[in-house]
Structure formats: structure tokens, C-alpha cells
Write a protein that binds this ligand. Sequence first.
Ligand code: MG
Length: 359
Amino acid sequence: MCRWFDSGPSHFSFNLLISTSEMYSTRLSILFVLLLIFSSCTENEENMVTDESTIDTTLVGKHGRLEAKGNQIVDKHGNPMSLAGNSFFWSNDNWGGERYYKSEVVSWLKSDWNSTIVRAAMGVEDPGGYIDNKNGNKNRIKTIVEAAIEEGIYVIIDWHSHHAEDYQDEAIEFFQEIATLYGENDHIIYELYNEPLDISWSNTIKPYALAVTAAIREIDPDNLIVVGTPEWSQRIDLAAADPIVGYENIAYTLHFYTTYHHQWLRDRANSALQSGIPIFVTEWGSIGYSLVDPEANEWMNWCFANKIIHCNWSVNDKEEEWSILIPGASTIGGWNDNELTEAGKLAKNIISNWPVVVH
Ligand code: MG
């Protein structure tokens, strides 16, 4: 014991030193391995985060490109989509509504109104429109389109004209540029002609729509195209009797304003649906100046029952019955209820409570 004790310490110490050294070495090896594992895990986690971040969880990411299927507009899973949102006012220079063509307004409509679709309404032939100022109007449209893409909601690019057949070359040039810029985005919907007047569907509107559709399809083979119908987009029956053939993914416009358009127009629209064409309400307006609008209820029940997409006219503070904002309301969103007109409060109530997918 003594001997071991006597002779031991140096040996012990030596052994201890060797042992400590080995232990450090082992620990360093373990530490190194752990570091490798940790580093690998971190890398995997980073990859996982990257993978997750590439999964688009926005509305459009989940539902994809809209598609006309029979008399319905469906998402990429084949479920009927019944979106509710807002139309901007004419984009024309100095008409007032152009002040609201801002990304902040799109963000606000999405977050505060639960809007799932917006419509950029580019004025064409009227003063201050696209013909007068191409870049100014086009840039407003692009602002709304890019904001909608950023927010992951749908956006209509509307050729807001009453005489589009007189500007077919300009329409083709414009929509080809838009298709080139945004045609691969599922968010995009082309609206070729806001409200034709009392002109022929088969001899005037349809040939125009075919020419512009052909030009778009050269670049974008698949995004939804919506075509206006005669008499301010109320003669949906005329389109139903002679629909566009030869191209996929076409829907037809119906507009209603509850002051003027009642059951007789719903009856007409029902017949059109029964004949098999899909209907898209790119614009509707309430009676205005009132929160009580039984006709708006009738129309909204009809839209709900038939799974129709609709946009409320319009995001503006002009003193007219359909404006959602009181004069002077902020042009960057953030509106409290005191800045909404009665029509605006009614529209907000409808849009913010609208289900995205109606089963
Ligand atoms: Mg496309």
C-alpha cells in the first residue's frame, strides 16, 4: 500500500497525465463529432426553413390559377372559388381615383377588409387615360398588380373602356406587355373590355375579344380571361348564345348596380349559367348612401348560391353613391369606420365576411 503509495504518485501522476490527455483527446473528439452533427442538423434545419419558406402559403399559393370549368370558376384543386374584393376607380390622370393606386391600399384591403381580389381599372379613351398617358396609367396598374402579387391575392387587369373595339391595336400591345411581365403569375386575370355599349356581341365584341385573346395566348397560354358583354355588361344572355370557342379559360362579365338591376337581371344570368358559361362580376355597386339595401342582399345571396366572384365599385372618395370613402379619406388605407361611406360600410361587411371557397 505504502509502496504503491511511495512509488505510486509519479506513476499515478503520469498515468493521470496520460489519462487526462487521453480524456481531453476523447472529449475533443466527441466535441468535434457533436459539432459536426450540430452543424449538419443546423444545415438541415436551414434547408428545412428554406424549403418551408419556398412553400407559398398565401391565398393564391394555396388555390393557384383560376380556371373556367363548365359554368364555374375553380381553383387548382377543382373547388369553386367565390372571391370577394374591391375594384379601384378609373385610373385616369386627375380624375381623383388614381390617388388610391398605391400598394398600401392593396395591403389594407387585404388585411382590414379580408379582400381576396382587387381590380385595377385602367381608363383608356377618356381624357387622362391610357391613350393620353400610356406610362402614367400603366404604372398605376403595375403598382396594383405587384402589390397583389406581394400580398398573395388575385388581381384583375381591366381595360376600362366603353369603346374598346376602336382601340384593338392598343389593347393587344398593352395585354401582350402585361402577359410578358406577369403571365406566369397565378394571381393575374385579364379583363378585355369593361362595359361595351349597346353594340353587337357577335359582330363587334366577340371579334375584338378573339383578336386580343389570340395575342395574349401567344404569350400566356393559361390565365383566366374575362370578356365584357353588351349594354354595360348586362347582356350576358347574348354571350351565352354565342360563346367564344377555340380558347380555354374564358369567362363573361356581368355588372349590377342595385338601384337599377333586380330580379330580371338575375333571371337572365341564371339562364346564362344554365346554358353553361361562367359568369364573373367584375363590378357591382350598392344603392349607396345607405347601410340598408335589400337588393344587395338578394344579389349577394345569388352570388353565394352560384359561387360567383365579385368586386365592389369602387375605391375612391368622389362624392357619388358608390364610393367607399368619404371625401378626403387617406390615400394609403388605414381607414377607420368614420372614413367609410354607408356604401363603404356595407361593402366592407359583405367582403370581410365572405368565404373564399363556397362548397
Ligand atoms: Mg399563365
